[in-house]
Design a protein around this ligand. Structure first.
Ligand SMILES: Nc1nc2c(ncn2[C@@H]2O[C@H](COP(=O)(O)OP(=O)(O)OP(=O)(O)O)[C@@H](O)[C@H]2O)c(=O)[nH]1
Ligand SMILES: [Mg+2]
Length: 667
């Protein structure tokens, strides 16, 4: 496949005019491209990028026209690969004009990127595509009015029939020939606008290959690529100092980060323009739903209900299913597997170890996999496909940005309280690795239902409900600080404001099932072998008695620092298999060591110890299934860092809690 750099140059060199087709995903760019061009489409890509570019030449009234079909993206930032490619191609190809393809049924959302292109200073022609769909829904758009407001030609089109496409190309050619046809006069709020002008002025003596206004905005938006470009210039540092100063002024004035502020104003502007040129045809159900779900007054209670349902389902429903599953397994499957293993390998260490893996291990994976993972994926796919996830994203975006996360992260993060495993795979709804890493790190700290079982069983039962609540408060505080901290220290910046504002739609059940299965399959293939291997290793350590030798090396930490009996430390290691095992094993081992009656845990651990125990169990390293998906989804380096981090955190917090409680005699 040719590289984009070469291919773009080739097109430029052999045509009279070059146009790019830009716009949001799924608005008909490729349909227009295919209608306009015939054979001889060249597909090229940038080294290391998977998103491809299509380009072709065509003849129009005797002129040779080059057309580049950009990947769809919601914004011009360069935070995800499609955005990066779309933007790079625009900057590299230096098109004579950009044809912005818009979905007429979603005008406000589509106008966001048009405003960004206007800021770039490239001549633009707008194609109001999907006109047929708009008509069907009684949406009437005042095209001349829109053209007036934007200061660019606007042509209604229907790509599927070819309606309007000749006019579109004619307009694009006219715009290039007569620059008077473009009259940008859109402005952001006076304050932001004044600051942009001031910065553009400062930048005007330099040539960075992009219009001053565009560069000013990009720098204020903290665009990493352009900051780097300016930095390399001899005066770069002092220019960037100025940018920082101006940005700080904006922040102080508006009480939010400058990039967010600009995005918000652009959103506002897009909304205002759309409302001025559209008839208020009886809002369709989908728009009403969007209104209810995104305005705080109704949206927040709705969100709490939705989260409640998901949580209740994962927590109670998942638990019930899990228990049912375990019971059935114990009654019908275990005897068969155990019998087979014992017959073949005998009842010695090997046989018993194999049972750890092939009986307990597979059960552990299935008991998490089917009740929690499968049901959560199904719910997530459902929320995604109805469009509700987008509303939630919009609603919670401001809060989540404090953690450097997109609003969409809220569902997986909250779902972590049911089970971390699906929640981590659920972070796929986020677009950048940075966001997925932050979200996943936070999710591993959220007490899942298994950890909650230990908190309830050990602390609530034997120590009191207040200390149990205290554990949640401590953990949630940690989540907050870890989120804010990671956002600070991790390189890169958070994605722009929520842009994916699709309408609500009736979900297609076959799509949901496909999505659910696709994600579940990953879980099965990745998590299963690891859980199995983990169980085998633990089993071998246990059956050969090696495990007990581990208690002396860990005793300085467990006994000395955390103030727990050494045996408790061992159960914490075991809990890696499944977190709720911690409690079961604690009781079992206590009975083995201290004799019967130890099921009243207070006989061998005091209240402080139980509290510290549950706290450490809640914070440290997630279970093997979680580790497996972390490794798969984020890579083993990141997964390893998260594990090391949570273990350190758990030990630190546990030790401090122990001393704090003892010192103030709290329990
Ligand atoms: N009814 C109707 N359907 C259209 C129109 N334009 C495109 N479509 C349909 O919309 C869908 C998406 O069209 P594409 O041309 O692939 O959209 P795109 O903008 O290239 O999408 P991405 O490349 O994913 O960003 C296809 O099913 C098209 O047939 C239109 O004007 N009217
Ligand atoms: Mg396309």
């Amino acid at each position: 496949m040719p590289s984009c750099h070469g291919a773009l140059k080739g097109i430029k060199g052999s045509t009279d005019y070059t146009f790019v087709l830009a716009g949001n995903p799924n608005v008909g760019k490729s349909s227009i491209f295919n209608r306009l061009t015939g054979m001889g489409v060249v597909t090229a890509n940038y080294p290391g990028k998977t998103v491809e570019l299509n380009m072709a030449t065509t003849t129009f009234k005797g002129l040779r026209i080059g057309i580049i079909d950009l990947p769809g993206s919601y914004a011009l930032g360069a935070v995800s690969e499609d955005q990066w490619v779309a933007r790079r191609a625009v900057l590299d190809s230096k098109p004579d004009a950009a044809i912005m393809v818009l979905d007429s049924t979603n005008l406000a959302r589509n106008l966001y990127m048009v405003l960004q292109f206007i800021d770039l200073g490239i001549p633009i022609v707008v194609a109001l595509n999907l006109m047929d769909e708009a008509e069907k829904r009684n949406i009437i758009i005042d095209a001349p009015g829109l053209s007036e407001l934007l200061g660019v030609p606007v042509v209604p089109t229907t790509a599927t029939t070819g309606y309007g496409l000749d006019d579109l190309i004619q307009e694009a050619i006219d715009v290039v020939r007569d620059s008077q046809r473009i009259r940008y006069h859109l402005q952001y709020g006076t304050d932001i606008e004044a600051n942009i002008k001031r910065l553009a002025e400062l930048l005007s003596p330099y040539d960075f290959g992009i219009a001053g206004r565009a560069l000013a905005i990009l720098l204020l938006e903290e665009d990493a690529e352009f900051i780097e470009l300016v930095e390399k210039h001899t005066n770069g540092r002092s220019l960037l100092e100025e940018v920082k100063k101006i940005s700080k002024e904006i922040e102080e004035k508006h009480g939010e980060e400058t990039p967010l502020r600009i995005a918000r104003e652009r959103h506002g502007l897009a909304g205002v323009i759309a409302s001025q040129v559209q008839n208020d045809a009886a809002p369709v159900v989908s728009d009403k739903l969007w209104g209810y779900t995104t305005s705080p007054l109704t949206g927040i209670p709705l969100l709490i209900c939705a989260l409640g349902v998901i949580f209740a389902f994962l927590f109670y429903g998942g638990n019930w299913l899990s228990t049912l599953f375990s019971d059935l397994w114990a009654a019908y499957v275990s005897p068969v597997i155990d019998g087979a293993i014992f017959t073949i390998f005998g009842e010695g260490h090997i046989g018993k170890t194999l049972i750890w893996g092939f009986d307990a291990g597979i059960l552990a994976a299935l008991a998490v996999g089917i009740p929690y993972v499968l049901t959560f994926y199904f719910m997530l796919a459902f929320l995604e496909d109805t469009g509700y996830l987008n509303s939630v994203a919009f609603l919670t975006d401001r809060l989540m940005h404090r953690f450097g996360l997109h609003g969409r992260a809220i569902i997986p993060v909250v779902a972590g309280a049911g089970c971390n495993v699906p929640a981590i795979i659920g972070t796929r709804v986020l677009t950048t690795m940075r966001e997925r890493t932050i979200a996943s790190a936070l999710i591993t700290l959220i007490p899942c239902s298994a950890r909650t079982a230990v908190i309830l069983g050990a602390v609530s039962l034997f120590v009191g409900w207040k200390p149990a609540v205290a554990i949640y408060i401590i953990v949630l505080t940690l989540v907050f600080f870890v989120g804010v901290g990671l956002n600070r220290i991790m390189p890169g910046s958070s994605t722009g404001l929520v842009m994916e504002m699709f309408p609500f739609r009736a979900p297609i059940i076959s799509n949901i099932i496909k999505k659910t299965w696709y994600r579940f399959k990953d879980f099965v293939f990745v998590a299963f072998p690891i859980v199995l291997a983990g169980s085998l290793v633990l089993g071998a350590l246990y059956e050969t008695g090696y495990l007990w030798r581990l208690s002396s090396p860990i005793s300085p930490v467990v006994e000395g620092w955390l103030g727990l009996p050494a045996v408790a430390g061992l159960t914490l290691i075991f809990a890696v298999l499944r977190k709720e095992l911690a409690l079961q094993l604690l009781v079992t081992l206590a009975v083995v060591i201290y004799g019967g009656g130890a099921d009243n845990l207070l006989l061998f651990m005091d209240k402080t110890q139980l509290f510290v125990y549950a706290l450490v169990n809640t914070i440290y390293i997630p279970c093997v299934a979680t580790i497996a998906v972390l490794g798969r989804e984020l890579g083993w380096k990141r997964a390893g860092s998260i594990m090391a981090f949570t273990i350190t955190l758990a030990i630190l917090i546990g030790g401090f809690a122990y001393r704090f409680i003892e010192y103030f005699n709290l329990l």
